[in-house]
Write a protein that binds this ligand. Structure first.
Ligand code: ATR
Length: 277
């Protein structure tokens, strides 16, 4: 999707994928800076580790507690830090890495766009308290849901997350457990559903999807997980994590290039590459 966006805006840039072991992440970031890369994306398992490795944390990384996007900046003769794209004709006197997080906004944008959800005042059930679950929970609270229910295989992780959110966002009521009555949204933020034969991330004796208006799965491959298929059959509006993937990528594109992302082109490129249409 990034290369499709560069092409349509006639930018002579390239997006490349590199597999880096965690113990080499610091070296890889320093190497990219030395080669004057405009920036990087980081994915599992690097997002938490990068918090300690970048020179500066943007507010988005501080808020969501993870870095998925790095922008390299150079120091100009006046001592001002600017994106490296601004140094075509002269060399910077120093280079630094700035860590951003575009995942959380990508998640909320996708909920609004793909599920037409109005988050303020809504009741939500979140399945999962790992890396993705944590960011989703903090974002839902920041978007002012009124009640948030957390379920996780390892309940202690859900309890720790609930306590953290309750402290940060006292206006939200956070529970560990299943919600009574109807809810507006249920989100799967576990990895269950990626592999054929995975169980559901919730206990269907304790919760029925027919009580939810809308269901979101952060997984986008397969396009319809058993969770989403069941939700659709139960009458929920459903969406998978493709919109989140494209939104976080579009935001990263804008950080690196300073240009508006061609969202439709990026979405189409991802759909083509993942689903073949
Ligand atoms: P990510 O960054 O993708 O969120 P993660 O931090 O490893 O990855 O989190 C994976 C999530 O899927 C967790 O909520 C995990 O539950 P635990 O916290 O109990 O590990 C959940 N998960 C993974 N495999 C699972 C399984 N077989 N049954 C239930 N939950 C599972």
């Amino acid at each position: 999707m990034q290369n499709a966006a560069f092409a349509v805006l006639a930018l002579n840039w390239r997006y490349l994928a590199f597999e880096v072991p965690p113990e080499q992440l610091a070296t890889a970031i320093a190497g990219a800076a030395a080669m004057r890369f405009a920036g990087l994306n980081l994915t599992v398992p690097h997002k938490l580790l990068a918090m300690q490795l970048v020179d500066v944390l943007d507010e988005t990384a501080k808020t969501w507690g993870a870095v998925n996007t790095i922008q390299f900046q150079g120091k100009n003769p006046a001592g001002v830090w600017l994106p490296l794209r601004d140094f075509e004709s002269h060399s910077p006197s120093g280079i630094r890495s700035v860590g951003f997080n575009t995942d959380a906004d990508g998640f909320a944008n996708s909920l609004r766009e793909d599920l037409k959800i109005h988050l303020p005042g809504s009741r939500a059930l979140l399945l999962g308290a790992g890396g993705a679950g944590r960011a989703a929970a903090v974002k839902l609270a920041a978007e002012k849901v009124s009640e948030l229910y957390l379920i996780n295989r390892t309940e202690a992780k859900a309890a720790a997350l609930a306590a953290e959110i309750q402290k940060q966002s006292p206006q939200v009521t956070v529970h560990v457990g299943y919600p009574p009555g109807k809810i507006d949204l249920v989100v799967n933020a576990t990895s269950l559903g990626m592999k054929a034969g995975d169980p559901l991330a919730f206990d269907d004796h304790k919760f029925s999807l027919s009580r939810a208006q809308a269901a979101y799965d952060v997984i986008y491959r397969p396009a319809e997980t058993p969770f989403l298929a069941l939700a659709r059959a139960a009458g929920c509006r459903t969406a998978n994590g493709l919109g989140m993937l494209v939104h976080q990528g579009a935001k990263a594109f804008e950080i690196w290039t300073g240009r508006n992302a061609p969202f439709g082109v990026m979405r189409q490129a991802v759909e083509q590459s993942i689903y073949g249409h």
